[in-house]
Structure formats: structure tokens, C-alpha cells
Design a protein around this ligand. Structure first.
Ligand code: FAD
Length: 566
């Protein structure tokens, strides 16, 4: 008889441990306990049921207990909650949620993959029946039936993280005509992105009819509306709480297992808890971030699966090198794909890392290709080492592919030189011969090597308000279609003839549409003896995206005559 492996939780981490253990050992007895009615469902696709993209909620369930038994000889007990771990006798206590019956099961090895539960703030009305959280198939099914029942017109989604954003998007895409409000307490949605990049996402939400409220939190839920901390009332007959998740540590705590400083279950580099017979993986644990050299939590499916495999391998004595996490994720928001990897400005600052960044907006394919569209790409690197530490990309095209390449670089300890020289596939339908990631490295190397200086889009308003000398080097018709209110227009094609219009005794800020032409103009000026010249990274396109949402929300004076998003 082989080992008896019991697993708490039968979805991403739990099912992966079970499957890997079976591949390693035909003689093991493997039992998964899942308190919900389903094992192995696609959490990540849950929101897509709301838009009808995944029509039947049953399709979200990837495996059932019968299949697990037949194909893998793994027993999956659903509606079975593990309520206690008796470490001294190596048993767990299980409650059959259908019958109420309680029983014990003994283990050689116990694996915890209980996930994380949605946080519901302790506010008035949070327990009303029209308040929902989304974690499993039952949740999404109930919520969808409720909103589709005909009694709901207005829906408030609380929290602008992945789940909130995806729920809001899919509700709008459902064609049911819902008025959807997304409320976020911070000044931006999607924390993996920096504030400047998040403005692109804000615009996308707004353009698609989501009423986005930032910098305000929920205070009360009422029958027909919610009240925010500011006192604002928002009509809502259904409310989704998506303000974050908290690791499920109740069982672990009750059993006296060590909990880490971030509140997740403490594990060693082999995912073993403080009890050598108990492993833990997934959203419930604390992980090591290899960039910040500190503990963190990372509620994502990829890491959960890798941890699960590593834990199973360790149970069977197979060595595994724990590389730590960097945090890579992506999301689709209407017409935009957004992805990020590693650190952003906020997390780099918090970690005390000296960094700089570039923001470029190259075409994601050859311009002649019909589906070519701008890719907003921000690349962060350590100064002075040039080590790549993070990136964010947003566009209609394949943002995730670019972040995957950079994630690979980061995992390998790559520098800007490595990324510049990285040889990637190219054909016009996929990218440009100089892929956006190579391009970002070239720009970053120029900055790091002091070839030229730049200012970010978020400093442009201040420059305009202080009447800085700004030169727009786009062609005349582009300038006339919309420009910074105090920029003068000297197209690159006229620069050499009109250079005497540019003073040498004040800082000069240059921009074009996406910083390519202004970079060329800047170098020409530097060669002509100008020392105080700056390229505005992101240029007019970046400025328009950066300014737009706040202009609309705050009813402030625009710094552009007309926006241009092309
Ligand atoms: P889970 O997959 O949540 O499984 C834990 C299971 O344990 C639960 O089913 C729970 O019922 C069960 N359980 C808990 N306690 C007990 C107990 N005492 N007894 C028995 N059973 C118990 N990640 C991405 O990387 N990309 C995405 O696009 C993405 N989208 C998501 C969308 C949604 C709506 C949600 C909810 C999550 C999404 N995630 C995404 C996160 C991803 O699903 C999780 O990181 C991953 O599922 C974590 O795996 P896990 O095994 O730790 O937890």
C-alpha cells in the first residue's frame, strides 16, 4: 500500500497536487475534500458567464468526481468540509455538508489548498440578499440568475481589481442594458498598473459605459441603492463585493500551524508548513518575491499550479528549486488587453529599489497591416545596473506576449542589454522587426547611458501651466487637429531651417505623436549645441490618454485643444 495523501480543496492547487501525485505514484491513496459542490472548475472564466460568452455555467466545471475516479483513481469528495486537523494523530475531521455527518480520515501527508475568500466589509446592509461575492460556479450562477431575473437594472461592483473589473465588463457585454457602476476606493483601478497606465484603462471603462467612481468607498448597502463614504448615493438592485481576498487560514490556525507576516500560511521553499507532514499551496500561502526579497501574497492560478507540482514532487523526494515569484498577470478590458509583470513604480519605491522607466507607444504590428494598433509599453529597470525589474503593456494587440517575454527576462535576471539583443520571431502580422520589447530596451539604454533626457506624461500639465517651452514636432495638419495649448509647432521636416526659433537658455521640451520623431529632433538639437532638451515620453498620444479621464471626471481645464487617440 502506498502513501495516503489527503488534500483540502479541490480546485486549482488541490486538483493539481492530486494529479501530479498520481502520476508519480500509482499505489498512493489520494482523496480530495471540497466543501463546495464542484471540483476543478475554471475560477478564471467565471465572469465570462455573465456576458454569455460561456453560456452554460456547467461548462465551467472541467472535471467531476466520477471522471477523477475513473481516469486518475483519485477520490474527490464534494460537499465535504474539513473542519479540523488532529496533528497528533495525523487525522482530519470532515463534515458531510449534505448529511451533517462527521467523520475522521487518517493521512500520511496532508496538503492544504483552501484558497482565499472574498472580503466583505462589515458595513450596514452587507448581508442583504442582493449582495454577492464571486468565488465559484454556484456564486456566479446565483448572481447571474438574480441579475437576469428582470428586477435588476442597476448594478454596483465594489472593487477595481481583476475580479471587479471583469465582472463589470462582462455585465456590460451581456447586452442586458445594465447600468454598471464600479466603485474603487483608491485613485485608480488595477493595482498592478501604475497610475499613468491605469488612465488608459479608466478611459476604456468609461468609453464602454461603465460608471467609474474612484477615490470613494462603500459605506452602506440599501434595498435599492448604495451609499458611499462621500455620501454619494448610487442606484443598485444588485451589488458585487470584489474588494479583495483573504487567505483561508482558519483550519491552519486552529491546528497551530505557523502563519506568516503577511497573513498567509507560512511554508518553506518546498511548500511544507511548520508541520513536516503538512504542505500548503495556492492563495492561502505566503510566497517569496524574488525582486523585493520579501514575503508577499499572490492570488493567481499559475503560481498555485506550480506550487502544487513542486509540493507533490517534494513528497516524492524530487528536488525542486524555488525561484520565488515576480507577479505576472493579464486582463482583457473591452477592446484593450492589459498585462504586467514584476514591479511597478509603487512597488519598486516601497522596496527601496533605485529605478527609472521608459514609456513608449510603438505600433504592435507593421503599420501596413490592417490590425496594427498602438501598444502602450512601460519598462522599469534598476539604476545603475540596468537589470529589468518590471513592465506593463496595454493595447488592442497582444500585450500579454510582450509581458511574457519580459517576465522571462526578469526570471533569468536579464538586463536592458539582454532585452535589446533578444532575438524574437518577426513577420508583419505579428509585430515589427524591432519588436516593442527590443525597442523599449533601446530607449531605456539611451536614458541609462545619458544619451538624452526625458520627462514623463504626468509632468506635462505642470509644464503647460508654467508655460514651459514646448515644441511639437509633428506635421502641421497633425498639430492643427489637436495640440498642447502652449506648444509651438516646428515639424521635424522644418526643424533645421527654423532652429533659430528655439532658445538655448531655457529648458526645451519636445514631443510628437509617440516620441519617435521628437527623439530624432532632440538628437539633432543636441548635435547643434542644445544642452537643456527633453523628450516627453509617451508624447501626444500618451498625454491625451493620461489627461482624458481626469478631465472628464473633474471638469478641469484641458491642456490640449483636442484629444487625439490615433
Ligand atoms: P481555489 O482554486 O480557490 O480552491 C480552493 C478550494 O478549497 C475552494 O473551492 C474551497 O471551497 C475549498 N475549501 C476551502 N476550505 C475548505 C475546507 N475547509 N474543506 C474543504 N474544502 C475547502 N487567476 C489568474 O491567474 N488569472 C485569472 O484570470 C484569474 N481570474 C479569476 C477570476 C475569478 C472570478 C476568481 C475567483 C479567481 C481568479 N483567479 C485568476 C485566481 C485563481 O483562480 C486562484 O489564484 C486559484 O484558483 C488559487 O488556487 P487555490 O487552489 O489556492 O484555491
Amino acid at each position: 500500500m502506498g502513501k495516503r495523501i489527503l488534500i483540502v480543496g479541490g480546485v486549482a492547487g488541490g486538483a493539481s497536487v492530486a494529479a501530479r501525485a498520481r502520476r508519480l505514484d500509482e499505489s498512493a491513496e489520494i482523496i480530495m475534500f471540497e466543501k463546495g459542490p464542484d471540483v476543478s472548475f475554471s475560477n478564471c472564466c467565471l465572469p465570462n458567464h455573465l456576458s454569455g460568452m460561456i453560456e452554460n455555467s456547467e461548462d465551467l466545471i472541467l472535471m467531476n468526481p466520477t471522471k477523477f475516479k475513473k481516469q486518475y483513481n483519485i477520490e474527490a469528495r464534494v460537499n465535504s468540509e474539513v473542519t479540523k486537523i488532529h496533528r497528533d494523530e495525523k487525522t482530519i475531521q470532515v463534515k458531510d455538508l449534505k448529511t451533517g455527518e462527521e467523520y475522521k480520515e487518517g493521512y500520511d501527508i496532508l496538503v492544504l489548498s483552501p484558497g482565499a475568500k472574498p472580503i466583505v466589509p462589515p458595513i450596514e446592509g452587507a448581508d442583504l440578499p442582493h449582495v454577492f461575492t464571486i468565488r465559484n460556479v454556484v456564486d456566479i450562477d446565483q448572481f447571474n440568475r438574480y441579475v437576469q431575473s428582470g428586477r435588476v437594472k442597476d448594478i454596483a461592483v465594489i472593487g477595481g481589481g481583476f475580479i471587479g473589473v471583469e465582472v463589470a465588463e462582462n455585465l456590460k457585454l451581456s447586452n442586458a442594458g445594465f447600468h454598471v457602476t464600479l466603485v474603487e476606493a483608491l485613485d485608480q483601478i488595477m493595482a498592478p498598473f501604475d497610475y499613468d497606465m491605469a488612465q488608459i484603462l479608466h478611459k476604456e471603462m468609461m468609453d464602454n459605459g461603465v460608471n467609474l467612481i474612484l477615490g470613494d468607498g462603500i459605506a452602506k448597502v440599501k434595498e435599492n441603492h448604495i451609499e458611499l463614504a462621500s455620501g454619494k448615493k448610487i442606484s443598485a438592485q444588485a451589488v458585487v463585493m470584489a474588494i479583495g481576498v483573504r487567505p483561508e487560514t482558519t483550519l491552519a490556525k486552529k491546528a497551530g500551524l505557523a502563519i506568516g507576516e503577511t497573513g498567509g500560511i507560512l511554508v518553506d521553499h518546498n511548500y511544507r508548513t511548520s508541520d513536516k507532514n503538512i504542505y500548503a499551496v495556492g492563495d492561502a500561502i505566503e510566497v517569496y518575491n524574488k525582486l523585493t526579497h520579501s514575503k508577499s501574497r499572490l492570488a493567481l492560478a499559475g503560481p498555485a499550479q506550480r506550487q502544487a507540482r513542486a509540493a507533490a514532487d517534494h513528497i516524492y523526494g524530487i528536488p525542486h528549486r524555488n525561484t520565488g515569484v515576480i507577479g505576472s498577470s493579464c486582463v482583457k478590458i473591452f477592446d484593450k488587453n492589459a498585462a504586467s509583470t514584476g514591479l511597478n513604480e509603487k512597488t519598486a519605491k516601497k522596496a527601496g529599489i533605485q529605478y527609472d522607466f521608459v514609456y513608449i507607444i510603438p505600433g504592435d504590428k507593421v503599420g501596413l497591416m490592417p490590425e496594427n494598433s498602438p501598444l502602450h509599453l512601460k519598462l522599469l529597470y534598476e539604476v545603475p545596473t540596468g537589470k529589468i525589474i518590471g513592465a506593463q503593456a496595454i493595447g488592442k494587440g497582444d500585450a500579454a506576449k510582450r509581458m511574457d517575454v519580459i517576465a522571462t527576462m526578469i526570471m533569468m535576471g536579464g538586463t536592458l542589454e539582454d532585452l535589446k539583443e533578444l532575438e524574437l520571431c518577426y513577420a508583419p502580422a505579428f509585430n515589427t522587426a524591432k519588436d516593442p520589447v527590443n525597442h523599449a530596451a533601446l530607449v531605456a539604454l539611451n536614458i541609462l547611458n545619458g544619451v538624452y533626457k526625458q520627462v514623463p506624461v504626468y509632468r506635462v500639465r505642470e509644464l503647460v501651466e508654467n508655460n514651459a517651452f514646448i515644441v511639437d514636432v509633428r506635421e502641421r495638419e497633425e498639430y492643427e487637429a489637436g495640440h498642447l495649448i502652449n506648444a509651438i509647432n516646428i515639424p521635424l521636416s522644418e526643424l533645421r531651417q527654423r532652429v533659430n526659433e528655439i532658445p538655448k537658455d531655457v529648458p526645451v521640451y519636445l514631443h510628437c505623436r509617440s516620441s519617435q520623431r521628437s527623439y530624432n529632433a532632440l538628437l539633432a538639437l543636441q548635435h547643434m549645441g542644445y544642452e537643456n532638451v527633453y523628450n516627453i515620453s509617451g508624447s501626444y498620444l500618451g498625454i491625451c490618454y493620461y489627461e482624458y479621464f481626469n478631465d472628464q471626471m473633474n471638469d478641469r481645464e484641458k491642456i490640449v485643444t483636442e484629444y487625439n487617440f490615433h
